[in-house]
Design a protein around this ligand. Structure first.
Ligand code: SAH
Ligand code: SF4
Ligand code: F3S
Length: 443
């Protein structure tokens, strides 16, 4: 724990979605300029930053228990600055500082661009609270890339915040209003990433399909896809998250035109019941969603879809839930992030009267997940004996001498091979499909 310039150490603990992972990378980049490098463990750190998620109650509990441990170490004598960043920080603000007298910093997602000055203040002994949202017109998207970028794939943010008001969701409170990042900055970041060896770009935002619509003179999301595809070295493009309401024919057309656009789309539907969708304020119906799926599949016949599902939204009847079950089969999702509805502070759905019994939601969730597992397994097994193109990402997590990579349809395939294959796209015969991954051999 020295404090000589250039030898300070920061430890990041990141919760939540891709936005948080990306923000952590940006904080790391900015803190390099303040003399910080990465600590190998929290005990070795002069600064611990928790980048937190508030999407469901459970996420907040996870961060509470991690924070408890770091605070204990501090009480036991570790000289360390502890900061809570991200969505819980934005939501709770000063209440966190009050609750934890030994906490040094609380700042929301809009604190990321000026992390340097926030940390300097904390080093001078001030307690830092920063939950102001920045001006949307001049929002200072951080341009430096994460200095530890080394992989085959990387995220690039294209917008911040969210202007929707889905009634269950805390994100508009924690991330503020939507602002699109200028397209030249996005393209520059893509080029910078490609220069480090990145081949697969995932464009991220809470509602990527509304990109640019509120900025005069900016290109649309579909146009942005074409621009990214023009950058030499970009082999694959993914994006997340798409809102079904805002997914227009121009984006569907991009699936016809752009081979770089992968044949996998994460398209959160939330529920299969139009009645529930209305109460969630999603502004599409089951029918509209299914017709969008048809359009997408006719543009790209091998397209695979994954989704997000909320089970047990207030007022969800047996009938409504059956609609979600049948939608799962009709849309043919190969994977879902599915969770029980979790009441979030200040969200409109809290005021709905008919909240469900946890047991009912639990039983529904189990049924949904069981069926999803069957469909996922049928999908991976459907590849057995076939040859697929795999972009190799790195060593397998479990076996030595085995590498792992994904197909454009997002099937994770493990196969015996050396690390020299990382970054190459190779033909692999699938020998066995499991629920989430497959095994194969090089041909
Ligand atoms: N912007 C994305 C979603 C971001 S939040 C979209 O509109 O699709 C990621 C997922 O968390 C959501 O799709 C939803 O399924 C889930 N989620 C959000 N709020 C939730 C809540 N209160 N309870 C349970 N799940 C929730
Ligand atoms: Fe939340 Fe809806 Fe915005 Fe997604 S689109 S972040 S679910 S409010
Ligand atoms: Fe969580 Fe905030 Fe992302 S609430 S899901 S970290 S936008």
């Amino acid at each position: 724990m020295s404090s000589q310039p250039g030898s300070k150490k920061v430890f990041f603990h990141t919760f939540g979605c891709q936005m948080n992972e990306y923000d952590t990378g940006k904080m790391r980049a900015r803190l390099r300029a303040e003399g910080y490098t990465d600590a190998s463990s929290p005990d070795d750190a002069d600064l611990i930053l928790l980048n937190t998620c508030s999407i469901r109650e459970k996420a907040v509990q996870k961060m509470d228990s991690a924070l408890g441990e770091y605070r204990r170490a501090k009480r036991d004598g570790q000289k360390v600055i502890i900061g809570v960043a991200g969505c819980v920080a934005q939501q709770e603000g000063n209440a966190l500082l009050k609750r934890y007298p030994d906490l040094d910093m609380v700042f929301g997602p809009d604190g990321v661009p000026h992390i340097g000055s926030l940390v300097r203040k904390a080093s001078e002994g001030q307690r830092v609270l920063d939950t102001d949202f920045l001006d949307l017109e001049t929002y200072p998207f951080v341009q430096e890339i994460d200095p530890t970028t080394h992989g085959v794939g990387a995220f690039v943010t294209i917008q911040k915040g969210c202007d929707n008001k889905c009634t269950f969701c805390i994100v508009p409170t924690t991330r503020g209003a939507e602002a699109s990042r200028p397209s030249e900055q996005i393209i520059q970041e893509v080029r910078d990433l490609v220069a480090t060896g990145v081949q697969e770009i995932t464009l991220i935002g809470q509602n990527v399909n509304s990109y640019g619509l509120k900025n005069t003179g900016e290109i649309t999301f579909a146009q942005l896809l074409y621009k990214v595809a023009e950058v030499p070295g970009v082999e694959r493009i993914r994006y997340t998250t798409s809102h079904p309401r805002d997914m227009g024919p121009d984006v569907v057309q991009a699936y016809r035109d752009l081979p770089q656009l992968t044949s996998h789309l994460h398209l959160p539907v939330q529920s299969g019941s139009s009645r529930v969708l209305r109460r969630m304020k999603r502004f599409y119906t089951r029918e509209r969603f299914l017709s969008l799926v048809d359009d997408l599949r006719s543009a790209r016949d091998d397209l695979t879809l994954t989704t997000d599902i909320i089970v047990g939204f207030p007022g969800e009847t047996d009938e409504d839930f059956e609609q979600t079950m049948t939608l799962l089969d009709e849309a043919g999702f190969v994977g879902s992030f599915s969770f029980k509805y979790s009441p979030r502070p200040g969200t409109p759905a809290l005021r709905l009267k008919d909240h469900l019994d946890d047991k009912v939601s639990g039983a529904r969730l189990t049924r949904y997940q069981t069926r999803q597992r069957e469909l996922s397994l049928a999908w991976t097994r459907g590849h057995e004996g076939k040859v697929v193109d795999v972009l190799v990402e790195g060593p397998s997590r479990h076996d030595e001498g085995v590498v792992a990579g994904r197909t454009g349809t997002n099937l994770m395939v493990n196969f015996p091979g050396s690390l020299e294959l990382v970054g190459q796209t190779v033909p692999v015969r699938v020998t066995r499909g499991f629920t989430h991954t497959a095994r194969g051999e090089r041909v």
